[in-house]
Design a protein around this ligand. Structure first.
Ligand code: PBG
Length: 332
């Protein structure tokens, strides 16, 4: 790149119109995925650890999801709060065909067939130990035994009509196993969005509060990644791609923009980023205290994630962002 001096970069910023012309990254509702919490029973409930979010009952879930779709949001991802009495060491409830998630998938697809339904594939909401995998008596998280259960879970979601399954468990070899299990039952059109680089992050705290799914003992560091590692994320991404993932994900998003950018340079697959509960809560609470301008900070956080290389973003701000985009109220 050669630059002739004097050059005045401010010429390209002199008016809103020219800033529109030279803008390198766009954000629209079509880039957003709304994570939704759901629970049994006939009424919805605000989530104390995530102000502004609710655990929806099925009827309200369908209504909210339909509204999101009308705002231009193409997809939702479902996270169930499983009643304690249904949690077991074997997490069997995760593949119950009449369980909360399959009922929710069927209800959403019936009301709003165009909306993509993504499901979370992991055992933590169902497992009495609160881990994403099965726990051996000595406390080890069992890999291959867990993968077998994840396959049953994904098939249960596919039978109910899920468009995309999203394994968030970080067990080895699960993408290949899921692809094989889905294809064996002729679900060749069900996509896999793989949490390829999912870090062992304290930013998940509010989410675990929402689902009461925190691990009963130990932590998730033997399966989720060390926040200090970047090269390892490239290996995880390459593996999931080779195993047949359709979309790769990085999670959390904001503190891991370098990981997004590096994976972007190493794959031609679409890339998703998850702006997680702790990222949401930090913005929400600072805004509630009057310390930052919520609308502006939300836009900036999301455009930053797009700029780093994400094609799509899972964010609890999806609806409010889509509303502001529709109203043309995005200050840039
Ligand atoms: C569990 C799962 C978690 C999140 C999504 N799926 C929590 C965890 O791994 O402990 C976190 C999402 C968020 O914090 O918003 N499989």
């Amino acid at each position: 790149m050669s630059i002739t001096l004097p050059f005045r970069p401010r010429r390209n910023r002199k008016t809103a119109a020219i800033r529109d012309l030279v803008r390198e990254t766009e954000l629209n509702a079509g880039h957003l995925i709304l994570p939704m919490f759901l629970q049994e029973g006939g009424s919805s409930e605000p989530i104390s650890s995530m102000p502004g979010c609710q655990r929806w009952c099925l009827a309200d879930l369908v209504k909210e999801a339909t509204e999101a779709y009308a705002l231009g949001i193409p997809a939702v991802v479902l996270f169930p709060r499983i009643p304690d009495e249904q949690k077991t060491p074997g997490a069997e409830e995760c593949h119950n065909p009449d369980g909360l998630v399959p009922r929710a998938i069927r209800a959403i697809k019936a009301a709003c067939p165009g909306l993509l339904v993504i499901t979370d594939v992991a055992l933590d909401p169902y497992n009495s130990d609160g881990h994403d995998g099965l726990v051996a008596p000595d406390g080890q998280i069992l890999n291959d035994e867990t993968v077998a259960v994840l396959c049953r879970q994904a098939l249960c979601h596919a039978h109910a009509g899920a468009d995309i399954v999203a394994p968030s468990d970080m067990m080895d070899g699960r993408v290949e196993a899921l692809r094989e299990a889905l294809d064996m039952e002729a679900f060749t059109d069900v996509s896999i969005m793989s949490y390829a680089a999912k870090y062992a992050s304290a930013y998940y705290g509010p989410f675990r509060g929402a689902l009461e799914s925190a691990p009963k003992s130990g932590d998730k560091k033997t399966y989720q990644m060390d926040p200090a590692n970047a090269r390892e994320a490239l290996r995880e991404a390459a593996l999931d791609e080779a195993e047949g993932a359709d979309i790769l994900m990085v999670k959390p998003a904001g503190p891991y923009l370098d990981i997004l950018a590096r994976i972007r340079d190493h794959t031609t697959l679409p890339l998703a980023a998850y702006q997680v509960s702790g990222e949401y809560l930090m913005i929400k609470s600072a805004a509630a205290a009057g310390w930052v301008d919520e609308a502006k900070v939300v836009y900036e956080s999301l455009i930053g994630i797009r700029r780093a290389g994400a094609d799509m973003i899972l964010t609890y701000f999806a609806k409010e962002m889509a509303i502001r985009l529709r109203e043309g109220k995005v200050s840039r």
